[in-house]
Write a protein that binds this ligand. Structure first.
Ligand SMILES: [Zn+2]
Length: 403
């Protein structure tokens, strides 16, 4: 009895000091490389989901922290290849700042990390509570998408939620339609064809929140908008990267026979909208590479375009440059996805497919919002989204169908 009494406090003490890594939640991902309880140093790499694309996204919770004490988070590249013999470069999983949260809702950047010669990024983080969430960037998972759509639908009586498709994994891909089906202008905006690019959904949230605000009243009155917060729900749900998945990247699946039901459903709906009413604007939201700014990928044929096509793409980029100004300005000129080499592959990208299946007055572009900055918070991304809404308002306000 005496022995037990003496042992108990010691056991309790050790149990409290033990730091634990938790990943079994929506969008959770981390493979623990090592965890040194004595020095409070945790080394992780993004866990590989075989065939599910780039191992770059990470998101986990730490338990057993002591508020006020510092700990070290080290992030290295996944060592196994994600496709054939290709190992993903470390830069994709090493933002300058890690993103941290105490309540799982409010996210802030950590102090800047230090990159070692061995390509290990090291962040010193001060614990603010016994449990904290840490991630590559502010996460946006399927339950966030549901909450967002519910909020928008509650705010706008004219909004109508819809199920775009059921994924291969049996999950629902949800969207929302705002406005009269027969409105004079038709717009489609979506994100997360690449599951790791949570910033795309954050920009989308900023956009749709702006779109539901009073400032967008005039735009809403003449527009029917379709908005999809997450396309690759399966990979977003399990914390897989999605990009270059096997057998196909979502954004190379816009073929005659898509593999992913949500891509096939989007094609059907977009085609239908265009045939019945004419599609004015298609925008796909993404995050680019570690050193990239905010920019649009435009149509490969831009320099050779004439007439209404040329006018509309030029007006779009001019109006976007005037409207997307916070927290950073969007580049005033299009970039082109020249790394995609063949016309066949270019045609299987969402923006290319839409260009081929819509009309002369349609614009189809990709907004790439740079992520590797402390400015790219939930609020920062939200401002990009609001700027996108203002650009859309100005653009539709000019009537892109005019001769
Ligand atoms: Zn992407």
């Amino acid at each position: 009895m005496i022995q037990r009494l003496l042992l108990l406090p010691l056991v309790t003490l050790i149990a409290h000091a033990e730091v634990r890594v938790i990943t079994d939640f929506e969008g959770g991902n981390a493979e623990v490389v090592k965890l040194d309880q004595a020095t409070k140093t945790l080394r992780i790499m993004p866990a590989l989901h075989e065939g599910r694309g780039w191992p770059c996204w990470w998101s986990f919770k730490l338990e057993g922290l002591t508020a006020g004490e510092e700990f070290t988070l080290e992030v290295q590249a996944q060592t196994k290849p994600f496709r054939d013999k290709t190992v993903l470069a470390a830069a994709w999983c090493q933002p300058r700042q890690a993103w941290i949260s105490v309540d799982g809702t409010t996210w802030k950047p950590s102090a800047k990390g230090t990159l070692s010669a061995e390509k290990v990024m090291s962040y010193t983080i001060k614990a603010e509570a016994a449990q904290m969430s840490l991630a590559w960037g502010p996460p946006f998972v399927p339950s966030d998408a549901d909450k967002l759509l519910t909020d928008i639908a509650a705010k706008l009586p004219e909004a109508k939620r819809f199920e775009l498709a059921k994924t291969r994994g049996g999950r629902l891909v949800n969207g929302i339609r705002i406005g009269d089906e027969n409105a004079s202008h038709q717009v489609w905006i979506g994100s997360r064809q690449h599951a790791w690019e949570a910033g795309g959904s954050q920009v989308g949230r900023g956009f749709i929140t702006w779109y539901a605000s009073d400032e967008a009243k005039a735009l809403r009155a003449k527009t029917c908008l379709h908005y999809i917060p997450i396309m690759d729900v399966d990979n977003a749900a399990i914390g897989a990267g999605g990009k270059e998945a096997i057998p196909r990247d979502h954004n190379r699946d816009w073929a005659a026979e898509p593999i992913y039901p949500e891509v096939a459903a989007a094609q059907r709906m977009i085609r239908d909208i265009h045939v019945k009413h004419g599609l004015d604007v298609f925008i796909d939201l993404h995050n680019p590479g570690a050193d990239d700014p905010i920019f649009f990928f435009g149509p490969f044929a831009f320099e050779r375009m004439t007439g209404i096509q040329q006018r509309n793409y030029q007006r779009w980029i001019d109006l976007a440059a005037a409207s997307i100004i916070e927290p950073l300005k969007v580049q005033p000129k299009y970039r082109f996805a020249n790394y995609v080499k063949t016309d066949e592959e270019r045609g299987r990208m969402s923006s290319g497919w839409v260009r081929a299946n819509a009309g002369d007055s349609t614009i189809s572009v990709t907004l790439e919002t740079g992520w590797n900055s402390p400015l790219m918070s939930v609020e920062g991304y939200g401002k990009v989204g609001a700027g996108l809404g203002r650009a859309l308002s100005a653009y539709i306000g000019e009537n892109p169908r005019r001769e």
